[in-house]
Design a protein around this ligand. Structure first.
Ligand code: IPE
Ligand code: IPE
Ligand code: MG
Length: 247
C-alpha cells in the first residue's frame, strides 16, 4: 500500500504553470471587445487558484502579461494594467485568508509607481503564508529572467564573492525567478497554440506540456482536472529508459 501511495504521489505535479491564452478570441466570438474577455479571464483564474489550493498543489505560476505584450494597442495595455491594479486590490485579502503566498515575477520596474506599490504591499501581506505558492508572471519573459540572473551572478564574480568555476546549473536555477521552488512539472496552455511564448524557458526543461483548444475564460476545474489526469498517465523518464524508471 505504501508503494502505491508513493507512486500516486509521484504522478501528481508539485508545480503547475499556465499560459492563460485566448481571452481576445473568446470575446471576439461573442462580438464583444477584447476587454470583456480579459475580465472573464479573471473569473477563470479564480477558479483555477481555488482548484490548485484544494488539490494541494504546492505552486501555481500563471502568465498574466509578457514582456512582449507591451506591443499591443496602447488602449489594451492600459486596460490590462488597470485590471491588474483592481484585481490585486480586490483579491489579496481573500488570498491571504486562504493562506496563499502571492509573488509577482517579472520586471516590476516597468509598471507605474502606484501599481508597484500595490504589488509590494500584496507580497508583504502574504509573504509568510504556507499554503499554495501563487506566482503571477507580469512583465515577464523567460529570456529576461535568464539575463537578469546572469547579471546578478556576474556582479558577484566582479565583487570577488564568487569564483567562475562555482557557477553551475544549481546556482543559475536558484538565482532565477522561482529559484526556491521545484521545477515546473506540468505546463498548461489554453487557446490552441503550441508554443511557449517566452514563458519559463529554463524552468520548463523537463515539464510535461499540455495544450488545449479551450479558450482561457472557459477553463474550469473540470478542464484542470483533465490536464492532471493526462499528466498522471505520463511516464517521466528524465533521460533514463522505461525499464530503469519502473525498477
Ligand atoms: C491572453 O489572452 C491574455 C494576455 C495575453 C494578457 P489574449 O489576449 O492573448 O487572447 P487571444 O490570444 O488574442 O485570443
Ligand atoms: C502569452 O500569450 C502571454 C500571456 C498569456 C500573458 P500571447 O497571446 O501574448 O502569446 P503569443 O504572442 O500569441 O505567442
Ligand atoms: Mg494570445
Amino acid at each position: 500500500m505504501i508503494v502505491r501511495s508513493e507512486t500516486l504521489k509521484s504522478n501528481f505535479p508539485r508545480h503547475v504553470a499556465i499560459i492563460m491564452d485566448g481571452n481576445g478570441r473568446w470575446s471576439e466570438q461573442k462580438g464583444k471587445h477584447r476587454v470583456f474577455g480579459h475580465k472573464h479571464g479573471v473569473k477563470a483564474l479564480r477558479k483555477s487558484i481555488a482548484f490548485a489550493a484544494e488539490k494541494n498543489i504546492e505552486a501555481l505560476t500563471i502568465f498574466a502579461f509578457s514582456s512582449e505584450n507591451w506591443k499591443r494597442p496602447e488602449q489594451e495595455v492600459n486596460m490590462l494594467m488597470e485590471l491588474f491594479f483592481t484585481v490585486l486590490g480586490s483579491e489579496v485579502k481573500k488570498l491571504h485568508k486562504n493562506n496563499i503566498k502571492l509573488t509577482i515575477v517579472g520586471d516590476i520596474s516597468g509598471f507605474s509607481d502606484r501599481l508597484q506599490k500595490k504589488v509590494h504591499a500584496a507580497q508583504l501581506l502574504t509573504a509568510n503564508n504556507t499554503g499554495l505558492a501563487l506566482n503571477v508572471a507580469a512583465n515577464y519573459g523567460g529570456r529576461w529572467d535568464i539575463v537578469n540572473a546572469t547579471k546578478k551572478i556576474a556582479q558577484q564574480v566582479k565583487e570577488g564573492a564568487l569564483e567562475v568555476e562555482s557557477i553551475d546549473e544549481q546556482l543559475l536555477s536558484s538565482t532565477l525567478s522561482l529559484g526556491e521552488l521545484p521545477d515546473v512539472d506540468l505546463m498548461i496552455r489554453t487557446g490552441g497554440d503550441y508554443r511557449i511564448s517566452n514563458f519559463l524557458l529554463w524552468q520548463l526543461a523537463y515539464a510535461e506540456l499540455y495544450f488545449t483548444d479551450i479558450l482561457w475564460p472557459d477553463f474550469d476545474a473540470k478542464a484542470f482536472q483533465l490536464a492532471l489526469d493526462v499528466f498522471s498517465g505520463k511516464e517521466r523518464r528524465f533521460g533514463q529508459t522505461s525499464a530503469q524508471v519502473n525498477n
